[in-house]
Design a protein around this ligand. Structure first.
Ligand SMILES: NC(=O)c1ccc[n+]([C@@H]2O[C@H](COP(=O)([O-])OP(=O)(O)OC[C@H]3O[C@@H](n4cnc5c(N)ncnc54)[C@H](O)[C@@H]3O)[C@@H](O)[C@H]2O)c1
Length: 260
């Protein structure tokens, strides 16, 4: 095997993907499994996670499903424990689970604010803490967080963009990516984020047509994203080819936002 092939080869690794039952998480899990990675499909939607794990196994891959609410420390610890019991290690954690809210600062209800930050930010921190303990022991690991290009934009409440709490929560994900990269770098652990533009997933059910009309012409590459456009970059960040990248947010938006 050439040096470059070795760097891009992630077969035999073990990856936890949160929010794997749908959209971008599902595409990431399928990509990883197709490359010979054992996948833990973690989602609050246990039916969707189980279906995905079955689909991966039916095509010769290795996967298990866990019902995990990323906001619940006990659930998260069980997810990590099940991973270790089943596959013996954790090489990759993809913090993908996220929810969107579409309200303005002035209309925001406290419960909605708490929910958005609990899933989008606290979930990233709880899962990273639990998985990184094992990565620290093995002195290697890759954590990839799914942020958003809306982290640096004002909220767009009535379209497919996020509301004020969503935008703020994703900016926080990018910030925590940098802090984690500083803390975990000495243990050989890379921590990065991807910031997708608008992606065609169930997150935009009922709004996709409007989003295409509104945003399409603002993308230099001429189209909005499909989940696989994002998944492929996440997979790259999980390989050793990305070994000298850490604390970065990679924008995956067809050129829609040229500056952050
Ligand atoms: N779709 C987009 O345009 C877009 C753009 C930028 C960033 N993102 C981010 O990408 C990630 C995936 O979004 P998507 O578009 O695939 O959405 P999606 O709604 O299709 O999938 C989200 C998944 O997360 C799961 N989930 C929700 N709350 C959870 C919890 N508490 N614990 C565990 N799982 C939970 C859901 O069950 C679902 O399977 C999110 O973090 C989202 O913010 C999406």
């Amino acid at each position: 095997m050439s040096r470059a092939s070795e760097m891009f080869d992630i077969s035999g690794k073990v990856a936890i993907v949160t929010g794997a039952a749908s959209g971008i998480g599902r595409a990431i899990a399928l990509d990883l499994a197709g490359l010979g990675v054992s996948v833990i499909a973690a989602d609050i939607d246990s039916t969707g996670a189980k279906e995905l794990a079955k689909e991966i196994e039916s095509t010769g891959g290795r996967a298990i499903a866990t019902k995990t609410d990323v906001t619940d420390r006990k659930d998260v610890e069980q997810m990590v424990q099940k991973t270790i019991e089943t596959f013996g290690k954790i090489d990759i954690l993809v913090n993908n689970a996220g929810i969107i809210a579409r309200c303005s600062v002035m209309d925001m209800q406290e419960e909605e604010l708490d929910r958005t930050f609990n899933v989008n930010l606290k979930g990233v921190i709880l899962c990273s803490q639990a998985a990184a303990k094992h990565m620290i022991e093995s002195k290697s690991g890759k954590i990839v967080n799914v942020g958003s290009s809306f982290s640096s934009r004002a909220s767009v409440c009535n379209l497919s963009g996020g509301g004020a709490d969503y935008c703020a929560s994703k900016a926080a994900v990018h910030a925590v990516t940098r802090s984690l990269a500083m803390e975990l770098g000495p243990y050989g652990i890379n921590v990065n984020a991807v910031a997708p533009g608008i992606v065609n997933t169930p997150m935009h059910t009922g709004l996709w047509e409007m989003a295409e009309i509104y945003y399409q012409n603002t993308v230099p590459l001429g189209r909005l994203a499909e989940p696989e456009d994002i998944a492929d970059v996440v997979v790259f960040l999980a390989t050793d080819a990305a070994r000298y990248i850490t604390g970065q947010t990679i924008h995956v938006n067809g050129g829609q936002i040229m500056v952050d």
